[in-house]
Design a protein around this ligand. Structure first.
Ligand code: PEP
Ligand code: MN
Length: 364
């Protein structure tokens, strides 16, 4: 897709080395917002975030202070000269934000996957220049993420960015939401110009993991970060376990290292070229070996067919996974990686055997 998205530098918001959004998960009181804003001054924050309508997974939890919070945020902007950003989930939210000249809006992870809601938001924003960020859908579905971006684009919006906030998963992972980096990387491949922020707070779910995910995002050339900052995280009414104090935010930003894509150093260029050649060579071998493996798999398929034996051999598959995981561990390869790799290889093998089987039946 070739969308002509406005570069982040032209959005009219502060953007020194990295684009930074910081602020509480939820607006709770005027005082909480003022104290947080005070703690965020002089840090190059592009906009202060705070949710006033909170889409909670379960009912009966804090669902935001509503429209009152907007008044407080407008005062924060005036007093601290800090642009403000709010999550919107319907046209009523958008209208309230437009009326108060909110600087940035974002669509949350539970709204992005709903085409009706996104279309309503896009229609309500039509004709404005408000920057909009689209958080990834909570489930790992790239197409729904892309579809939401397209709806905003088709409504004439050009200041569109995305926020990677992690994905729900049924597998147990270290993080609250699995980072699943391959999805935002693929989104960037398809939409190279779209600004991308990482929200390590929601990915991690706990403060001590935030630095490494934030640094990883910068290593992957993300444009910036959205981080939940609260004056008193322990007392926060939502996402209390993952928010950090303004002081922790400052020290986190100080520790981050910015990366660039290219180097003009001749030495670097020569060495990286050598190493890339080695990798190209190994990849060629890998693919040749996979081709050979598949030839053998097809012979096995023939044998199974002649003996009326099932394509799927659950016991054998169990043994493959166990032995490959063990071999992977010896090579310092993660279980997750080996599991996904062999799942893909196994699926391809089954497809080959099934295709041959159908051909075989035709030949009969
Ligand atoms: C939030 O930003 O506080 C929030 C609710 O995020 P998400 O939509 O990513 O869950
Ligand atoms: Mn939150």
């Amino acid at each position: 897709m070739n969308l002509s998205i406005t570069p982040l530098k032209e959005w009219g918001l502060l953007n020194k080395d990295i684009f930074l959004s910081a602020g509480p998960c939820s607006a709770e009181s005027e005082e909480q917002l003022f104290e947080t804003a005070r703690g965020l001054t002089n840090r190059g924050v592009s906009f202060m975030r705070a949710g006033i309508w909170k889409p909670r997974t379960h009912p009966g939890t804090f669902e935001g202070v509503g429209i009152n919070g907007l008044k407080w945020l407008v005062q924060v902007r005036e007093r601290f000269n800090l642009p403000i950003g709010i999550e919107v989930a319907n046209p009523y939210h958008v209208e309230a934000c437009l009326k108060n000249n909110v600087d940035v809006v974002w669509i949350g992870a539970r709204t992005t996957p709903n085409p009706f809601a996104v279309q309503d938001i896009a229609d309500a924003l039509k004709g404005t220049e408000v920057p909009v960020f689209v958080k990834n859908p909570i489930s790992p579905d790239l197409e729904l993420w892309l579809g939401a971006i397209e709806r905003l684009y088709n409504a004439g919006l050009r200041k569109i960015g995305v926020i990677h906030r992690g994905f729900s998963t049924s597998r147990k992972v270290l993080y609250r939401y699995a980072p699943n980096w391959k999805i935002p990387i693929e989104l960037k491949r398809q939409l190279p110009n779209i600004p991308i922020l990482c929200d390590p707070s929601h990915i991690c779910g706990k403060p001590e993991l935030i630095f490494s995910i934030a640094q990883e995002a910068l290593d992957l050339l993300y444009d910036g970060l959205m981080i939940e900052v609260h004056v008193n995280p322990a007392k926060a009414l939502s996402d209390s376990g993952q928010q950090i104090t303004p002081e922790q935010f400052h020290s986190l930003i100080d520790r981050l290292t910015l990366k660039r894509e290219l180097s003009s150093s001749k030495e670097f260029q020569a060495r990286i070229k050598e190493l890339r050649l080695e990798v190209d060579n190994i990849d060629e071998h890998l693919i040749t070996l996979l081709g050979k493996r598949m030839e053998i798999v097809r012979k096995m398929g023939d044998l199974k067919r002649k003996n009326n034996i099932s394509t799927l051999q659950p016991q054998r598959w169990k043994e493959i996974i166990a032995s490959r995981l063990a071999a992977g561990t010896e090579q310092h390869l993660s279980d997750e990686f080996i599991f996904q790799l062999f799942q893909a290889i196994h699926e391809e093998a089954i497809q080959h055997q099934e295709a041959d089987m159908k051909q075989g039946f035709k030949r009969k």
